[in-house]
Design a protein around this ligand. Structure first.
Ligand code: SF4
Length: 230
């Protein structure tokens, strides 16, 4: 199996239950959701697609993970939308190294591969997650660009396990605004419903990912191209 690799880098997990854990990230190309504030638009926006996309086999990827990160570091497969690919060979190769494998997905296709931790980030304005992926989610990350996104995100979670953690993450441009509307809405939602947790993208404050030469250093605007509105 050949996977289209946008970037790969060793850093730490900046979000969710595994916040702060050493993690090797594999970011794959491709996503049909086209979120207007996407912070990984280089994986799908046509303006940022290079002439040639790097293709790596599961063996190639397992080898760079082994060479560039120590035993004990988890591997996070993200995108883009990695659930579009058959992840079985990649997950099996990483398990053969003794690594735990985590996945970040919007859940729009059946999950293939024995993933150890599933982070579901539903996109209620786009394709909703499949019920089978909702049922397998270990944690959920609802991105809050507008206070209404909280209820809209929760609506997509029918069948979520009781022990799954639900994070409310301020969308990055909102997380940094002087206007506290979004942050205050998250605070009030958590206070009203203790099942919810307030989140933040800690790695962006540290700029931790930039330290690895293999991470993408281009300054791609959120959503790809604000002037084009997507
Ligand atoms: S935020 Fe995630 S789901 Fe949305 S376009 Fe970007 S990669 Fe796709």
């Amino acid at each position: 199996m050949k996977y289209p690799v946008y970037e790969r880098f060793y850093t730490w997990q900046g979000e969710g239950v595994h916040l702060g854990r050493a993690a090797y990230f594999i970011r794959l190309y491709g996503c049909p959701q086209a979120c207007p504030w996407c912070d990984s638009a280089g994986t799908w926006h046509k303006d940022y697609r290079p002439e040639g996309v790097t293709l790596m086999s599961e063996t190639d990827l397992a080898e760079v993970v082994r060479a560039d990160s120590p035993d004990g570091a988890v591997v996070v497969i993200t995108g883009g939308e990695p659930i579009l690919f058959d992840l079985v060979p990649l997950v099996d190769a990483l398990h053969a190294l003794g690594r735990r494998v985590h996945l970040e997905t919007s859940g729009i296709a059946p999950l293939r591969g024995a993933i150890d931790w599933v982070t579901l980030s539903p996109k209620p304005f786009g394709q909703w997650p499949e019920a089978s992926v909702v049922a397998q989610a270990d944690e959920v990350k609802i991105i809050v660009h507008d206070p209404a996104d909280i209820a809209a995100g929760l609506d997509t979670l029918n069948g979520l396990r009781e022990d799954a953690v639900i994070w409310l993450h301020p969308e990055w441009s909102k997380a940094r605004e002087r206007d506290l509307t979004v942050l205050n809405a998250i605070t009030e939602a958590v206070k009203a419903n203790p099942r919810l947790r307030a989140g933040y993208q800690m790695h962006k404050l540290y700029r931790a990912d930039d330290l690895d030469a293999h991470s993408d250093k281009r300054l791609i605007p959120l959503g790809g191209n604000a002037q084009l509105g997507y």
